[in-house]
Design a protein around this ligand. Structure first.
Ligand SMILES: NC(=O)c1ccc[n+]([C@@H]2O[C@H](COP(=O)([O-])OP(=O)(O)OC[C@H]3O[C@@H](n4cnc5c(N)ncnc54)[C@H](OP(=O)(O)O)[C@@H]3O)[C@@H](O)[C@H]2O)c1
Length: 254
């Protein structure tokens, strides 16, 4: 992906990685539209960062996705990058139905159906642009499981395989599919995560992501150094050790 001159929509950028990436992309010379549910944050972001526009969107609600897509495409017909950032993470206990069912349904609605709905709403438009990118957001946990968060891990594994598959179908079109694979990063994704010693500082993470986008414009997976421990356990042959270390070190983190 070229790092400048794009028009980028990031549903899921009212906080955390999405907001940090939105601000870096704007500073790098892109037009950025920030999306999310929390209207007070959308208003504050628009006020504090002239040039950034906002769109209210709930990616678990098909009507909201359709309405937001219509608005964003009407105001930004040159949109050429979609970042499916919106996500959630919850600890669950799969030993009793009361410990996981509602959480599992909500996690899949947000982390899997949300990106699917966004792709459905934008893919035709993106195909009409000469140079377009869909950036999906998985996780190191797509490749090694954290025991506390089964639905989250599985939802991100689904995003990994969806990204791989859709990329094959879009090969030969103007749309590239890039998968961002964050390691644990200090955000409010889980309680206690924003100051977890096991998570990367947000600024350092986004710095490294911007460098990778700039220096490896044809990369299909954006992997900062810290995620490679989780990402390549199977390839290296130390998967069992990776899973043991992850769950020993970071019983609650992402
Ligand atoms: N932080 C990590 O360690 C880490 C690691 C790997 C992957 N990730 C992934 O990175 C992405 C961003 O997470 P984060 O760490 O930056 O956490 P965050 O600060 O909690 O950000 C989550 C974002 O998603 C939005 N969102 C959640 N549900 C939504 C919905 N139904 N509709 C629209 N927007 C929704 C939130 O906005 P509203 O609440 O305003 O809607 C917020 O902007 C997620 O996909 C997460 O799984 C994070």
């Amino acid at each position: 992906m070229q790092i400048t001159g794009n028009t980028v929509f990031i549903p899921g950028a009212t906080s955390g990685i999405g907001l940090a990436l939105a601000l870096r992309l704007q500073a790098a010379g892109n037009t950025v539209i920030v999306g999310g549910r929390r209207t007070e944050l959308l208003a504050r972001i628009a006020a504090e960062h002239p040039g950034i526009t906002t769109a209210q969107i709930d990616t678990t609600d098909p009507e909201s996705v359709a309405t937001a897509a219509k608005e964003v495409l009407a105001s930004h017909p040159d949109l050429n990058v979609l970042v499916t950032m919106a996500g959630m993470m919850r600890a669950e206990d799969w030993r009793t139905p009361g410990g996981f069912l509602e959480s599992a349904e909500a996690t899949f609605a947000t982390n899997v159906l949300g990106p699917i709905r966004l792709l459905a709403a934008f893919v035709e438009h993106l195909r009409s642009r000469p140079d377009a990118t869909i950036m999906t957001v998985s996780s190191g946990l797509a490749f090694a499981p954290l025991a506390a968060t089964p639905s989250y891990n599985a939802s991100k594994a689904a995003i990994h395989m969806l990204s791989e598959s859709v990329r094959l179908q879009l090969a030969g079109t103007s749309v590239r599919v890039v998968e961002l694979e964050p390691p644990a990063v200090r955000t409010d994704l889980l309680p206690g995560q924003s100051d977890s010693p096991f998570a990367m500082p947000l600024d350092a993470f986004v710095d490294e992501v911007m460098t990778l986008l700039e220096t490896e414009p044809d990369a299909t997976e954006i992997q900062v150094e810290n995620v490679k421990f989780l990402r390549y356990g199977e390839v290296r042959g130390d998967y069992a050790e990776v899973v043991a270390t992850l769950n020993r070190l970071d019983p609650h983190g992402s």
